[in-house]
Design a binder for this molecule. Structure first.
Ligand SMILES: [Zn+2]
Length: 292
């Protein structure tokens, strides 16, 4: 049975360990393909308490970098908040703990922030008064339409990116826009692959997982937008990290002294060396009030 690329439908896939890389659009995917059921929150009290604990712990470690990253993302999408009308509706899709609502409310006090996440219990209780939470199971049939939708570090998690983007497109107002920030492949993938298969496997282990289901190339990213009926309004490649260097070294299984020193040096100079993220603003018409 042939396996098709999730994005371009090609059958020209190269399988290495737990990954499949498309030779046509270049997307690097977790294989076997997953669905969302693994991460949908369970409803029993012990699981709810565990979700709350995990999300608070993630927040404690990522809040510092997210605070400035989220601000950059917001201003990439909405370059001049003073020109935005009162009371716009913003959806934070894959909101996690809900920290992004604070950034939105800081720039636009009158905006209404909605959240949805595959885990309904990640939202930090202290942020609940700031947002309207839509439960995961209710989201497909919810009729709210939004002026902006943000996917901050979410696009790589989607099990079926085209299907989700098509759904999100149906929830955008006609002049609305959708923002995406997501990891992309960069030179280190081909460099490590040509240098040593062991090193390449570590990189795959550290970057592709049941949570990070696809790592994009510019081509596969643009193709995925096209397939879901979106046009790219604004696009940038940049260097950005959510966690400090020890998080990524641990994920890659790098524990030796030399590896840690080299890894730390790379992380610290990454802004000059690596463009590991895509930031894009897309809309259905190719225009939006944000492009004014
Ligand atoms: Zn492909």
């Amino acid at each position: 049975m042939s396996v098709n690329c999730k994005i371009c439908n090609s059958t020209r896939l190269v399988f290495v360990a737990h990954t499949a890389k498309c030779k046509d659009c270049g997307v690097l995917m977790y294989y076997p393909f997953q669905d969302d059921t693994l991460f949908v929150s369970k409803e029993d009290p012990a699981s709810i308490a565990e979700s709350k604990r995990l999300f608070r712990d993630w927040y404690r470690r990522s809040a510092f970098l997210n605070h400035s990253n989220f601000t950059k993302m917001f201003l990439f999408a909405i370059q001049d908040p003073s020109r935005v009308q009162e009371g716009i509706k913003i959806l934070d899709y894959g909101a996690g703990g809900g920290q992004f609502a604070l950034i939105c409310k800081s720039f636009l006090p009158s905006c209404e922030v909605y959240t949805v996440d595959v885990n309904d219990y990640g939202l930090i209780d202290e942020y609940r008064p700031l947002v309207h939470q839509i439960k995961w199971k209710d989201f497909p049939t919810d009729t709210t339409r939004f002026d902006y939708i943000f996917l901050n570090d979410v696009y790589e998690h989607l099990s079926d990116p085209i299907k989700t983007m098509t759904l999100l497109g149906s929830k955008l107002n006609d002049d609305g826009a959708l923002f995406i920030d997501t990891p992309k492949q960069f030179w280190i993938y081909t460099f490590f692959k040509s240098l040593s298969s062991k090193l390449y496997l570590r990189l795959l282990k550290g970057t592709v997982s049941v949570a990070h289901l696809q790592i994009w190339t510019p081509r596969s990213f643009r193709l995925s937008m096209q397939q879901s009926g979106f046009q790219v309004v604004r696009y940038r490649e940049l260097s950005e990290f959510t966690m400090n260097h020890s998080h990524y070294l641990r994920n890659m299984g790098i524990t030796g002294f030399l590896g840690r020193v080299l890894g730390t040096l790379f992380y610290r100079s990454a802004k000059y060396l690596a463009k590991n993220k895509i930031m894009a603003l897309v809309s259905k018409s190719g225009f939006s009030h944000t492009s004014l």
